[in-house]
Design a protein around this ligand. Structure first.
Ligand code: BTN
Length: 237
C-alpha cells in the first residue's frame, strides 16, 4: 500500500518546503515528496537536519485533516506511531517513542518528525536515519541509524513504502476514531512516562518525573517540588 503519489528528487533544500508549495497548488492528500539529499533540512527548535545523499530517508507528506490549526500537531503523534511501527516491522528493531514524537532505538534517536502548516494543509516531515554511519560529534551519543543497529545497508525506497503504508493506516484511524484512538496506539509505543525528565519549553524548564500524557497529548510532569505541570505538545507554525 502506498500513500502517494511519491515525487522523488535527488537534492532539495527541504522536502517540506517543496511539499508546502505543492500543497498551495492543490496537491492531494498523501502526496509525498522524497529527496535523496537535503541541503537546508529543518528539525524542531530551529535545528538543522542534514545528511549525505543515500544516507537517510527524508520525506514530507501532505495531509488535509480538516481540523483547526491548534490540532494540527496531533499529526505528529500519528506520524510517530507510523514510523515506530515501520522500523519495528521492516527491521525488527525495538523502536519506541520519546514524547512528543522522537522515535528511538535503545534510547538513541533514529527518526524525527516536524509538522508544519501551509494554508489549510499540513505537511508532515519525516527524517529516518537509515545508512548513516558517521554521526556528527554533537549527536554521536544520542542518535543511531538502521545500519548502525543492524550492520547492513538498507534500501531507501523500501523504507519509504513501509513508512508510507503505516502512515496511511494510522491516519485512517485518526480520521475515523479521533485523537483518543491515536493516543492509545501512541501510548503502547512510548517510553517517556515513568522516567525522570528535564523539559525546556516556552514556560521555562520542568524537571521531574513524567507521569502521563493527557488527552491533548500534553506531558504531565510531577516536579521535584511535588507540583503537577502539563507541557503542551505544540507545533511549529
Ligand atoms: C526533529 O528535529 O526531530 C525533526 C526532524 C525532521 C526532519 C525532516 S527530514 C524531511 C523533512 N524536511 C525537513 O526539512 N525536515 C523534515
Amino acid at each position: 500500500m502506498t500513500f502517494g503519489p511519491v515525487l522523488r528528487f535527488d537534492t532539495l533544500p527541504s522536502t517540506s518546503d517543496t511539499a508546502k508549495e505543492l500543497a498551495r497548488d492543490g496537491a492531494g492528500e498523501g502526496t509525498t515528496v522524497v529527496a535523496a539529499e537535503q541541503t537546508m533540512g529543518r528539525g524542531t527548535r530551529g535545528r538543522v537536519w542534514l545528511g549525505a545523499p543515500g544516507d537517510n530517508l527524508y520525506a514530507s507528506v501532505i495531509l488535509r485533516p480538516q481540523v483547526g490549526a491548534e490540532r494540527v500537531g496531533e499529526l505528529a503523534f500519528v506520524a510517530a506511531i507510523a514510523v515506530a511501527r515501520a522500523v519495528r516491522s521492516s527491521y525488527g528493531l525495538d523502536a519506541r517513542i520519546k514524547w512528543p514524537n522522537d522515535v528511538r532505538v535503545g534510547g538513541r534517536k533514529i527518526a524525527g518528525i516536524l509538522v508544519e502548516v501551509s494554508r489549510g494543509a499540513a505537511v508532515v516531515g519525516i527524517g529516518l536515519n537509515l545508512n548513516l554511519m558517521e554521526l556528527p560529534e554533537e549527536i554521536a551519543e544520542s542518535a543511531t541509524s538502521v545500519r548502525i543497529e543492524l550492520g547492513r545497508l538498507t534500501d531507501i525506497d523500501e523504507a519509504v513504502a513501509s513508512v508510507s503504508g503505516e502512515l496511511e493506516s494510522a491516519y485512517k484511524i485518526y480520521k475515523s476514531d479521533g485523537f483518543a484512538a491515536t493516543l492509545d496506539a501512541w501510548r503502547a509505543l512510548e517510553e517517556t512516562t515513568g522516567t525522570d525528565v528535564t523539559v525546556r519549553w516556552s514556560g521555562g524548564v520542568a524537571v521531574g518525573r513524567a507521569v502521563e500524557i493527557d488527552e491533548t497529548g500534553g506531558l504531565v510532569i510531577e516536579t521535584l517540588k511535588g507540583e503537577m505541570v502539563t507541557i503542551p505538545a505544540g507545533i511549529i507554525l
